[in-house]
Design a protein around this ligand. Structure first.
Ligand code: ADP
Ligand code: MG
Ligand code: MG
Length: 902
């Protein structure tokens, strides 16, 4: 035992020791480098420092005990394997120090290349490369630049300006035209910049460079932009990053060297083929940074057929092995191919469906796995409208369709401006030459992102795809001038505030606002595309996976609909009933007048007359809805909001009265209304006279609604239809409330229905915490429960949504009190617990009690999974969310945990 206790914690893993399932410990990059190493692919040797070491460092502010020694041991073994020593003046080993968290966070954290170079080893490096001075000095200046920026927070622009100055002095735009002397000069300039900002000389000691770089990678986990990104992507804040130390290979050794990225399928459309970008004579980060224009990967076949064939072979092997789209980073050093990274690649929503379908066809995965690999958020994206183009709209530029969707908005050129205008409710398109991680908040705020440089793998493209935001990248006809806040294209100038439209599928850019039309996927759901006879691979894949989801799911999916038209659309989208039909909408428009009469009634007769006038109107509404939902259940909620919501606002009435008095007009009615509004004023309407309380206070109100429902059901059924109404009482907190309403309702129903063969259920919403906690009693009087999770959240937390979302939710999200707004996704532990208690105790009191949920959570993917777990019978959501809920209800059944769909 004692011996075991002294065994040192293992913080460092050689690539040969890891594998792809160790992402928690080694991060995605490290785990996959290990996996490729073990598959026998040519990965430069190296080792991974674990996320645990990072977490320990971040908590204590210093490297954990034993880490330094373990790094030393692994470094020595790396040096032995390579036959070179880190920073050796004659024949130096150089390494890269690369971040890599469990979930990929493209460009968010730091990497330093060429660690180990200094004033002496730069000469050794040149000798190693056969006297290639240019290469050695280029590598050195890159080290100072990356190290300065990443490790010592030297402003990156300073280095870029110095590089621009060097190019200008040489009369060129291309960094390849700088020769060894120019680059040596640049190294001097860089060192001065470094010293100016850090107050010290650039560190010459290789091991110090290494240790500082490792520490900087640890710390980059908490960099502002990484924090913002994690919040956006809902990545937990406490995972930490691993650090990979990898022997350098060089793509900047000349024309027979280069670097690139590749996808095994098109990450935008999912189409099979070879996709990627290649850049000759360059180091890795040049490709993604969009410094020079890349060539399509196919051209590598012409440039270096041997490496190309080898790469294709590895790509096929990786796909076969991961059974999924992989993306790859590689470098060719003088004709020798090196694999520097792979992972299961990010993809657009469309590609996710198409690829899942293809992999089923190819026999690599089954339908369950295909269903597991797509999600409701992606499906929701595919339901976005697309541009409706006629000849009126000609594109002014074409870039790369980097992330699909159709977005129009006012042009802005800075992240800050994007945030500002978006806060004012404007749609904006963020236009940049290229984006960098500092633009993140602007990218989140914008409707779309347009860049003039960079390929499918540029920062803008990768981040936008991850966020599901429309993006066109590399539209190089655009001449973007950020300081002047304008760009020019095709002889026209577009200023900040002008409207443009961008199509992230085709990459086309339009001036002005282009109208939009429904997506193919919506057309399919609408029933206007026959999935069996269409060659659109996306629609076919969606059809196939949705069919499987429907066959798999246990939860039924209903919709929230208040009109026949909504009901009809939702039914086409697969709704199996209405879970929430709000009747208050039936009190609006020209019916307001009747409601006013109801409120102002001073005698029973007046009130009854007002209700009698409302009855046929409500009945007609219900008839329409029952017809559309023929044969399916329709849950009708009795009137819920406080009645004063139907009256004009106080100020308006006061003005009306004053004006009318001035003119000597009859103001009796206005005055009566004004008095009513004053009388009915509530400090907290959310907690006031509403829901069941109204029904108990205002005689005849619920009775009229119940009668309208029953009469409509009878009428539809007499005409050969089949109406299944469920009357839902809102805001019940005590069983006595429900019992009172129910006794009256049952009398009316019995009288109206007679022997018409219509069954009307009576149940309640569970939306007051007290109702959840007394659900056993309430179930005695309720034939069904429907959880009103919006109110349950409001009352469970004790805040009103309208007041709090804008006021402090941002802070709560920032502090991590919420991972996500509890109105967006159900708070499982608190509000969810109320749901769980009510479901269990309700079912215990009345076995077979029908349980559902209405409210926005019904269409939220995570919440759907929760409602499945709790054992509800159905969820109900807005019509457009119905397909999302169907899909997620199917996915909820698949318990296959483990593989991350991020
Ligand atoms: P990111 O996570 O931002 O992609 P990486 O750690 O992958 O950062 O590194 C950035 C770039 O540097 C990549 O293009 C990668 O291929 C390249 N690179 C990293 N390590 C090496 C190495 N040992 N030799 C050559 N290039 C490298
Ligand atoms: Mg990378
Ligand atoms: Mg409610």
């Amino acid at each position: 035992m004692a011996a075991e206790e002294t065994v040192e914690h293992k913080y460092v893993y050689d690539f040969a020791e890891g594998n792809k399932d160790l992402k928690d410990l080694l991060g995605g990059k490290g785990a996959n480098l290990a996996e490729m190493t073990n598959l026998g692919l040519p990965v430069p040797p190296g080792f991974t420092i674990t996320t645990e070491a990072c977490k320990a460092y971040l908590t204590t502010g210093r490297e954990p005990d034993g880490l330094a020694a373990q790094i030393e041991t692994h470094l020595e073994s790396l040096e032995r394997g390579m036959g070179r020593k880190l920073g050796d003046p004659q024949d130096p080993l150089l390494v890269s120090v690369r971040s890599g968290a469990k979930f990929s966070m493209p460009g968010m954290m730091e990497t330093v290349l060429n660690v180990g170079l200094n004033d002496r080893s730069v000469v050794g490096l040149s000798a190693q490369a056969g006297g290639n001075d240019r290469f050695a000095w280029d590598s050195y200046r890159r080290l100072i630049q990356m190290f300065g920026k990443t490790v010592c927070e030297v402003p990156g622009e300073e280095f870029e300006h110095a590089l621009d100055d060097a190019k200008r002095a040489k009369g060129t735009q291309n960094d390849l035209d700088l020769d060894a002397d120019d680059l040596r000069g640049l190294v001097d300039a860089y060192k001065k910049i470094f010293a100016k900002h850090t107050g010290r000389e650039f560190p010459q000691e290789p091991r110090e460079q290494l240790d500082l770089a490792i520490r900087a990678v640890f710390e980059s986990w908490n960099a502002e932009r990484a924090v913002v990104y994690r919040r956006q992507e809902r990545i937990p804040a406490d995972l930490g990053t691993a650090v990979n130390v990898v022997a350098m290979v060089f793509g900047n050794l000349g024309a027979d060297s280069g670097t690139g990225v590749a996808f095994t399928r098109d990450p935008a459309s999912g189409a099979q083929g070879i996709y990627g970008d290649y850049l000759a004579n360059a180091q890795g980060e040049d490709v993604v940074a969009g410094i020079r224009n890349t060539v399509p990967l196919q051209e590598l076949e012409r440039i270096d057929k041997k490496s190309y064939d080898e790469l294709l072979d590895y790509m096929a092997r990786l796909e076969e092995h991961y059974k999924d789209l992989c993306d790859i980073e590689f470098t060719i050093e003088r004709g020798k191919l090196w694999m520097l990274q792979t992972r299961v690649g990010k993809r657009t929503a469309a590609a996710a469906f198409v690829i899942a379908g293809q992999l089923v066809d190819e026999g690599l995965i089954d339908l369950d796995e295909a269903l597991h690999r797509v999600n409701g958020a992606q499906l929701a994206q595919l339901m976005f409208p697309r541009f409706q183009l006629d000849h009126e709209f000609q594109p002014v530029a074409k870039g790369i369709g980097a992330s699909p969707g159709a977005a129009s908005g006012k042009v802005v050129f800075t992240s800050a401006r994007a945030v500002e205008l978006a806060a004012e409710g404007e749609s904006v398109i963020l236009v940049r030459r290229e984006t960098n991680p500092d633009d993140l908040s602007g990218m989140i705020a914008a409707k779309g992102i347009l860049t003039s440089r960079g390929g499918k793998t540029s920062h803008a493209a990768v981040v936008a795809r991850g966020m599901g935001k429309t993006c066109v990248s590399g539209a190089d006809e655009l001449d973007v001038n950020v300081p002047a806040k304008r760009f020019t294209v095709a002889g026209q100038t577009v200023n900040e505030g002008d409207v443009v439209s961008i199509d992230g599928t085709t990459g086309k850019v339009y001036l002005g606002e282009v109208p939009v039309m429904p997506s193919e996927v919506v057309q399919y759901f609408e029933g206007s595309l026959d999935p069996e006879h269409i060659d659109n691979p996306l629609v076919r894949a969606v059809h196939r996976i949705m069919t499987h989801a429907d066959a798999t799911r246990r939860l039924r999916v209903r919709t929230n609909a208040d009109t026949g038209a909504d009901a009809a659309r939702a039914r086409r989208f697969g709704a199996e009933g209405i879970g929430l039909c709000r009747t208050e909408h039936m009190f609006l428009g020209d019916r307001r007048e009747l409601v006013e009469r109801l409120i102002l009634a001073s005698t029973d007769e007046e009130r009854e007359r007002a209700l009698a006038a409302l009855l046929p109107l409500q009945r007609a509404d219900f008839i329409e809805i029952f017809r559309e939902m023929d044969g399916l259940p329709v849950t009708v909620r009795l009137i819920d909001p406080p009645l004063h919501e139907f009256l004009p606002p106080l100020e308006q009435l006061a003005v009306n009265v004053a004006v009318a008095q001035e003119r000597g007009e009859d103001v009796a009615k206005e005055e009566a209304l004004l008095a009513a509004v004053r009388r009915m004023h509530e400090e907290n309407p959310m907690l006031g006279l509403r829901g069941v309380r109204l029904g108990l206070v205002i005689p005849g109100l619920f009775a009229m609604q119940v009668r309208a429902i029953a009469e409509a059901a009878v009428e539809v059924t007499r005409n050969g239809g089949y109406a299944c109404p469920e009357i839902m009482v809102p805001l019940v907190g005590a069983v006595q409330e429900l019992e009172t309403v129910r006794a009256e309702a049952e009398k009316i129903i019995a009288e109206v229905v007679g022997d018409a063969g219509v069954e009307v259920l009576i149940g309640t919403m569970i939306e007051v915490p007290r109702a959840a906690l007394t659900a056993g009693q309430i179930a005695e009087a309720a034939q069904f429960f429907s959880f009103g999770t919006n109110d349950l959240t409001q009352m469970g937390w004790g805040f009103s949504r309208d007041d709090v979302e804008g006021a402090f939710f941002w802070r709560y999200l920032e502090l991590g009190i919420f991972g996500i707004s509890p109105f967006e996704s159900i708070d499982r532990e608190g509000v969810g617990r109320l749901v769980r208690i009510a479901a269990e105790e309700g079912r215990a009191a009345r076995p077979g009690l029908k349980l559902g949920v209405c409210g926005e959570h019904g269409g939220d993917p995570d919440s759907v999974h929760f409602f499945h777990e709790v054992g509800l019978d159905y969820v109900s959501c807005s019509p457009f969310r119905v397909p999302v809920a169907r899909l997620e209800a199917g996915r909820a059944v698949l318990t296959t945990a483990g593989s991350d769909s991020r």
